[in-house]
Design a protein around this ligand. Structure first.
Ligand code: MG
Length: 382
C-alpha cells in the first residue's frame, strides 16, 4: 500500500531531508502535498520531481507568481488558511511538520482534527500547547510520531513500556557551538560563530537555539508533554559526540539508549515507516574507531536560557508559550543584528517576569499569551 505524505516546510532543512528519504523509499511512499513559506524556486523543482498536485505558499505574492509558472493542474493555496485547508486533503495519510516556529500550531490542530497521522519535527507548537495537542490527538486517534532526534530516541527507548515504569530520562545535548567558550567571551559572540554548529546542520533559528541551549530547554518541555512526564524526571546531559540521542532509565535501574550517527534522515525515516525499520544507505556507528564517549552537566551560568526553560516547565500554564514567543522574537532580532547574543535570554527573562501566568489555559489564552509576549519582547528590543 502506498503512503501519501504531505510536507509542511519542504524548502527547509528537515523538509529537504524528508524528500530525500521519500526519494529512497519510492514507490511505497509518495508526496501528496507540499508547502513553503516563500521559496517558490525550490518548490517548483519539487513539484516537478515528485509530481505533486497540491501545494501551499504562505506568502500571497509568491503564490501568485508560482501560478504563472506551473501547470493549472497544480492547486496552489496560500496563507495560513491555505495551510489549514491543505492538511485536510483526502489523499493525505500523514503530515510531516517540518516548519519551524509557532506558525505550525494552527495547521497542526487542523491536521489532527482531520484524523491525519503526524510526524512532528516542529517543537514550538508542542511547547506552546502541549497538553491540549496531546488530548486532541487522543480524541481523534491520531498517531503523533516525534521526529526531533531526542524525542524519537526517547520514544524508541521507551518501547512498549509505560511512563509509570520510568525513573528518569536523560535528554542528551551536543552542547552546541559555544560549549567550551569561557563566560567572559559570550559578549562578543557573532551570528557567524553561532551558525557554525559542530554536529548538526540545521535551519538558522534552531542553530541559534542550540548555541544558547534554549533548544534543549524547548525539548525539555516537548518531552514532558509528549511522554507525560514531570520536570523532575528529566535530566539534561551534555554528550558532545551526539551518538546517544537520549536514554530512558527504568525503575529497576536499567537504561535503554538509542544510538545512531547524527543524521536527521534516521528519525525522519522511522517516523514515516514506523513500526517498520527499512534499509537506508547510511553507514552505522563504527564502534572500533570510537574510543570514548563524554558526558557533562550543563552549565546554567553560561547558558541561562536553560534555567528559563526549567522555570517555564515548573510553572506550566501559559508560561511555556511566553518563553517560546519571547525567544522566537529575540532570536529573530539577533539574526537581524538588532541585539547581541547575551541579550537574547535577558529579554526572555524580562518578558517572563512580567507575565501573569494562567493555569489550564484555553487555546485562546495561549494565542493571547503568545501575541502579548511577542509585543513585550519587541518593545524591549527597541
Ligand atoms: Mg533535537
Amino acid at each position: 500500500m502506498v503512503k501519501n505524505i504531505a510536507i509542511l516546510g519542504s524548502s527547509g532543512s528537515i523538509g529537504q531531508s524528508t524528500l530525500e528519504v521519500i526519494r529512497s523509499l519510492r514507490p511505497e511512499f509518495k508526496v501528496a502535498a507540499l508547502s513553503v513559506s516563500s521559496d517558490i524556486v525550490k518548490l517548483k523543482q519539487q513539484i516537478g520531481e515528485f509530481g505533486v498536485r497540491l501545494v501551499c505558499v504562505r506568502d500571497e505574492k509568491n503564490a501568485h507568481r508560482l501560478r504563472a509558472q506551473v501547470s493549472s493542474s497544480v492547486k496552489i493555496l496560500c496563507g495560513d488558511d491555505g495551510l489549514k485547508e491543505l492538511v485536510k486533503d483526502k489523499q493525505i495519510d500523514q503530515v510531516m511538520f517540518a516548519v519551524s516556529g509557532s506558525a505550525a500550531l494552527s495547521p497542526l490542530i487542523s491536521a489532527i482534527e482531520a484524523g491525519k497521522d503526524i510526524a512532528l519535527a516542529n517543537k514550538e507548537a508542542i511547547v506552546m500547547a502541549g497538553p491540549m495537542i496531546m488530548r486532541l490527538a487522543k480524541k481523534h486517534k491520531v498517531n503523533l510520531l516525534p521526529v526531533d532526534s531526542e524525542q524519537s530516541a526517547i520514544w524508541q527507548s521507551l518501547g512498549a513500556q509505560n511512563t509509570e515504569d520510568v525513573r528518569r530520562i536523560y535528554l542528551t545535548a551536543s552542547g552546541g557551538p559555544l560549549r567550551n567558550l569561557p563566560r567572559n567571551k559570550f559578549k562578543q559572540v557573532t551570528i557567524e560563530d553561532v551558525l557554525r554548529h559542530p554536529r548538526w546542520k540545521m535551519g538558522q533559528k534552531i542553530t541559534v537555539d542550540s548555541a544558547t541551549l534554549m533548544n534543549k530547554g524547548l525539548e525539555l518541555l516537548e518531552a514532558m508533554f509528549l511522554f507525560n512526564l514531570g520536570v523532575n524526571k528529566i535530566k539534561i546531559l551534555i554528550h558532545p559526540e551526539a551518538l546517544i540521542h537520549s536514554m530512558v532509565e527504568f525503575n529497576d535501574g536499567v537504561v535503554m539508549a538509542q544510538l545512531s550517527v547524527p543524521d536527521m534522515r534516521i528519525p525522519i525515516q522511522y517516523a514515516l515507516t514506523y513500526p517498520k525499520r527499512l534499509k537506508n544507505s547510511l553507514a552505522g556507528i563504527d564502534f572500533y574507531s570510537l574510543s570514548k564517549m563524554h558526558f557533562e552537566k550543563p552549565d546554567l551560568k553560561r547558558f541561562p536560557s536553560l534555567g528559563l526553560a526549567y522555570w517555564a516547565a515548573e510553572s506550566l500554564g501559559t508560561m511555556p508559550a511566553v518563553l517560546n514567543a519571547a525567544n522566537e522574537e529575540s532570536v529573530n532580532s539577533f539574526l537581524n543584528r538588532k541585539i547581541n547574543f547575551l541579550t537574547i535570554p535577558k529579554i526572555v527573562e524580562k518578558v517572563m517576569r512580567r507575565h501573569e501566568n494562567k493555569v489550564n489555559p484555553s487555546l485562546r489564552d495561549i494565542i493571547f499569551a503568545d501575541a502579548w509576549a511577542r509585543e513585550e519582547a519587541m518593545r524591549l528590543v527597541h
